[in-house]
Design a protein around this ligand. Sequence first.
Ligand code: ATP
Length: 445
Amino acid sequence: MAVKKPKDDRMEKLVSLCKRRGYIFPSSEIYGGLTSCWDYGPLGSELKRNLKSVWWDTMTHRRDDIEGLDAAILMHPQVWHTSGHVAEFNDPMVDCKKCKARFRADQLEQCRCPEKPSKNPIECDGELTEVKQFNLMFKTFMGPVEDTANIIYMRPETAQGIYVNFLNVKNSSRQKIPFGIAQIGKAFRNEITPGNFTFRTREFEQMEMQFFVHPDEDEQWFEYWREQRWAFYSSLGVNMDKLRWHEHGPDELAHYAKAAYDIEYEYPFGWQELEGVHNRTDFDLSRHMEATGKNLKYQDDRYKEKFIPYIIETSAGCDRTILTLLVDAYDEVEIKGEKRVFLRLSPKVAPIKAAVFPLVKKDGMPEFAEKVYQELSKSFKVFYDLSGAVGKRYARMDEAGCPFCITVDGQTLEDETMTVRDRDTMEQKRMKVAEIVDFLAEKTR
Ligand code: ATP
């Protein structure tokens, strides 16, 4: 008899945990929600801030060859004609004549139709239309007149804001090639089939860096950035066995790219792209130079001839990285016959770094714990909890992704030491408050 594979319900469990603990909520939920839009709750918004700050630190503060930028979402519409997005930023789409749903023609295996029981469009007997090209850019109008002359696009990538500011950044920062420009910001794509929780949404944030190099040095910088970006995920504590490289074959390469590799993660719904590292050649700057007549060529005393820099791009999805961290951190353990959930986020990105508990609500323990909480709050996001049995409090914090719990007990009142419990090893060590400050600084650095 064939053994039925157990249903993989990890995503359902994660979505439910995210709602329960305040990581991610459906957008406009009291109105029934809005497809593919999500709101980050109290813990989710902290996690996102921490991730962005680690990325920003790694890409800008810790290096002297990358500058930051925060460009407007709305850009001159001509930018998107020049970049090729108006003509070519399309996904192939098919409609099902039976259920009227639309699917991405190149991802039919991953699509489900809206009918119940939901089927994959390949398995279903509904006839599919011819493939049509669908442009992914959101359009709106600038100003009070809604006519074609006033069409403006919501940027589908942050990269173009960097290219059009290449001269401004170079001149104001006095950077010399090779150097990069980094930006974190929202991007919008009218995806045909969004889904898998926050994996593919229509509004999302990107963390992109464009590195400008001499055309003869593009390949060595491409390799360098592949290594750097791989190491980034290791520094976030991601299980590296769940990551792999995918090289774009000739049929996948974007029209502007000379080489492209994706870092893929093995999600419960399969291997999918997390970040792309692309060699975009001089395509973007050449196009903008042609369209504007502005000279974007580069020269300094080290190079005899002027040249249009090549660009090595590292493009990561912020929301997709958050999803990766959450999926990767989700763990279930059976303890004394009870199934317990642990969210094993790295202390670097965990929203709450430590929780402080008095063991019992008497003998001056709450007062002492309150003082410890106040002291730690000066440097870290910490949480104070005195309600319920201490075991229950530990369990709540484990599920919320908090890496350390500090308990004030009888001994504290004698020698001022408290237990510091590590969520992942369950080890407990006694420390005084000053030692805890150093300990947390070390762990969260
Ligand atoms: P995909 O093949 O998944 O559509 P892409 O190749 O179009 O992605 P890029 O244009 O290279 O993606 O964008 C860079 C990064 O931005 C992606 O690696 C991903 O992390 C993120 N990203 C792109 N589209 C979305 C989306 N619709 N929702 C969430 N994140 C996205």
